[in-house]
Write a protein that binds this ligand. Sequence first.
Ligand code: CUA
Length: 306
Amino acid sequence: MNEASNLAHGVDHAFYFIIGIDLFFLIGLTTAMLFFVFKYRRKKHPKPTQIKENMWLEFTWTVIPLIIVIAMFFVGYNEYTPLRTVPKGAIKITAIGEMWKWTFVYPNGKESNKLYVPYNKSVLINLESKDVIHSMSIPAFRIKEDMVPGKHNFLWFIPTIKDTFDIYCSEYCGVRHSYMLSQVIVLDEDKYMDWVSKVEKKAPVADLPGLKVLQNNACLGCHSLDGSTLVGPSFKGLFGSKRSVITNGAERSITVDEEYIKNSVLDPGKDVAKGFTNGIMQSYKTVLKDQDIKDIVEYFKANAKN
Ligand code: CUA
C-alpha cells in the first residue's frame, strides 16, 4: 500500500521489524517441534527420560528473548515519537466525529464532510466527538487516533502523495459505524488555498427547524436521510412519493402527504410501510407538539425537491 504521509515509512518499519521476528519464531518453533516429534517418537524411545535443570540453557532462553523485546520496544518507541511531535506552524483543522458522519472545520470557519489538505505541508487535526467514542483512521497515512468525548486528542501528518485516500471510523460506534466513511483529498497548496477561501453558504434545507426535531428525537437513528435502509424506511424523497403500506393486514398504495406523515408519527402501527416490522416504533403523541410535526412536514417538503 502507498506510503502517503511522512509518518508512513516509520510505522511500516516498526511493523515489518516486529512481524519479521514473529515469522522467524513461527517457522523456527514449528520446525523444531516437528523435528522433536519425529526424533523422539515413542517407537524409538519407549522409555521417557526426565531431564533436570540446565542453568545455561535457561539463562540463554531468558536473555535472548529479553534482548528481542527490548529491541522491539526501542524500534516502536523511535517510530512512535514522530507521531506525537507536531512541528510548529502546522495548519490546524478540527475533525468532529458524530453518529455517523465526519465534519472538518478549517481555520477560517469553513466546514466540509471530506477533508481537504495541502500537499507537502504539516497538518494538525484536533479530534473531537459529539457523542460516543469514534476513531479517525487513514490507512494510507498510517495514522489512527481515538476521538473521545470531553477529552482532547490530535493527530498530524504531512501528505506526500497528491491523491484521494479513505478515512474510516475504526471504533464501533453504533449501527451505522461501518458507513462512517469519508475521504482526505490532497491538493497543491494554491488549489487548497483556493478551495478553503471559498466559503459556501449552507444549503437552506439544513437550516429548517424540522431537521432539528428529527435529530433531537433520534428519528434519524432508524430513518436515514440518504436513502439507505435502517430499522425503518428512509426519509429520502419521502414527501409526495407513492408507497405501499399495510393497513389492518391488507396492502394498499398511498401517496405520502401531510396527513400520512402526521398519522405515522402519532399512530405508527396504523399504516406500516411494506417490508418493515410493526411495533418497533412507538407513538410520539406525548413527545412531539403539533408545531414539531408541522416543522417535520415542511422539512420533508423542502427535501422532496432536492
Ligand atoms: Cu464512528 Cu465508528
